[in-house]
Write a protein that binds this ligand. Structure first.
Ligand SMILES: *[C@@H]1O[C@H](CO)[C@@H](O)[C@H](O)[C@H]1NC(C)=O
Ligand SMILES: [Cu+2]
Length: 176
């Protein structure tokens, strides 16, 4: 029976890790998601310049960022970098503080792009400041002219009932 105890513990640990789940991008498509490495910047353990999961074209005059999250009351940062300068991150908005709801769905439907980057290979980064740390997701993107794009589906962009948020700059975070 000695052999069963380690296996049971391993199974329990794996299910706990799965249950923690953090957050992931619904739109645009992420470069990669790994619960165990999500705290590693800039892209949660994945290479920022990786284009292998596909490139999403985002209208520069407005596009959605939609996430699924297991955390309440978090702060989000939405940033972008060029593939040619993948460590220079530019904020697309102020920080977004979810004051209610946002679990499990949160979407900001009109994030502004960077007009000077239209046509260039770029990276979108979403940072979630959560009770269990700073978590990262990235997407391989390219800004295109036009927008705001409103043709998204609810599986790409939706809010949970009662979601409220405020924009601002915060240097200290209060977690729930
Ligand atoms: C989700 O809720 C936030 C906060 O109220 C709001 O700014 C945003 O527009 C909502 N998203 C959608 C898709 O309605
Ligand atoms: Cu978490």
């Amino acid at each position: 029976m000695h052999f069963y105890l380690p296996k049971l513990i391993l199974t329990l640990l794996l299910s706990l890790q799965f249950a923690s789940a953090h957050f992931f991008l619904r739109y645009p498509a992420y470069i990669g998601y790994n619960d165990l490495t999500q705290g590693t910047g800039p892209c949660g353990g994945f290479t920022a310049t990786d284009r292998s999961a596909g490139v999403t074209e985002l209208t520069v005059n407005g596009f959605p960022i939609g996430v699924t999250s297991t955390h309440l009351g978090v702060y989000y940062e939405f940033r972008a970098a060029l593939v040619s300068a993948p460590t220079t991150w530019v904020s697309l908005t102020q920080m977004s503080h979810l004051t209610a709801g946002g679990f499990p769905y949160y979407c900001q439907p009109q994030i502004p792009g960077i007009a000077a980057w239209v046509g260039q290979d770029a990276i979108l980064q979403v940072i979630q400041h959560a009770s269990d740390g700073t978590l990262y997701q990235c997407a391989a993107i390219k800004f295109v002219s036009g927008g705001p794009w409103t043709g998204y589906t609810t599986s790409q962009c939706r809010n949970s009932t009662g979601t409220t948020a405020e924009w601002g700059y915060w240097t200290t975070f209060t977690f729930r």
